[in-house]
Design a protein around this ligand. Sequence first.
Ligand SMILES: Cc1cc2nc3c(=O)[nH]c(=O)nc-3n(C[C@H](O)[C@H](O)[C@H](O)COP(=O)(O)OP(=O)(O)OC[C@H]3O[C@@H](n4cnc5c(N)ncnc54)[C@H](O)[C@@H]3O)c2cc1C
Length: 319
Amino acid sequence: MPLGTCLNYLFMAYDYDVLIIGAGSAGLSAALTLGRCLRRVLVADGGPPRNEQSPGVHGFLTRDGIRPAELLRLGHEQLQPYETVTVQCLHIDKLSKEGRGFRAIGHGTGDDALTTVTARRVLLATGVSDILPPLPGFRELWGRGVLHCPYCHGWEVRGQPLAVYGQGRTVTGLALLVSRWSHDVVVVTNGPGHLTPNARRRLRRQKIGIREAPIARLIGTPGRELRCIQFEDGNELERAALFLHAPQHQRTPLAADLGARLTSKGAVWVDSGLQTSIPGVYAAGDTRPGTQQALLAAADGNRAAIVINESLTREECPR
Ligand SMILES: Cc1cc2nc3c(=O)[nH]c(=O)nc-3n(C[C@H](O)[C@H](O)[C@H](O)COP(=O)(O)OP(=O)(O)OC[C@H]3O[C@@H](n4cnc5c(N)ncnc54)[C@H](O)[C@@H]3O)c2cc1C
């Protein structure tokens, strides 16, 4: 058998050229570019994106303020012309090596039947989850009265009384940043703030207040906006919104289970070509280190798709 035919046979032995795990901005954008490269792609859509509870995606050129679900609906719609791309409601539970490629096992929503797929390359576009303080009101107001990022939501609450939650260096940096959007900012630390004298001085200079009393709960409006912060001593502080840098974890342990290197902060390490430490497995969007924004995740998906297509092309066109 000629070498070319033999190689084609090897490639076609895999169900797909690329398995994209995750159908958020990163995953759908990668699927679009790979579809345009005529690649056989499966997008495993395992559920809602990280910003599901937010009323709008801000700072996304041409789509500023669009509802998160609508952004993704448009993404799905624009994949329709690309016949080699399949999107399936599928949560991937296990990923392993299979020859020169990979085998993934997952389950659909609403049934326990397992699906197995093989692919020559894998793109992890699985995102992260935010770990919110276990205090009443944080989870309920998340995305509306409790906000993670002033670049995403600062403009909507500009000039209003704001709070910044947290301790130590993290809260200091975030409070100084948020004070660019409002002159009325108070740091709430829920107990000892672990603020150095220098941090206190820097906050004071920007007229940022500090409240170290333990917090009982956040009280919101029926529309999930923040009304006030109630402290354990019964005092209340009226605020229009509260910002915090929540710790995060990967939405899925697939990368770690496969033995991929993680950073000290738990992000999936990638090289300059978005390849993880496992050859053939790539990562894009929030799941890898760096600034987390929907537009950047979409750009990342596009970049990963190009890198993957070129790696497949090199394999198909040996010297
Ligand atoms: C409350 C909130 C508001 C935000 N607002 C903005 C904003 O205004 N502007 C902005 O630019 N950014 C905003 N962001 C950040 C933005 O949401 C993220 O940067 C963006 O969603 C990252 O896209 P992604 O594709 O990497 O991850 P995601 O959008 O989180 O998508 C990952 C997808 O992978 C799926 N998945 C995970 N594990 C599996 C698995 N095992 N199998 C199959 N599928 C799986 C998930 O269900 C999810 O659909 C906000 C974030 C939050 C939390």
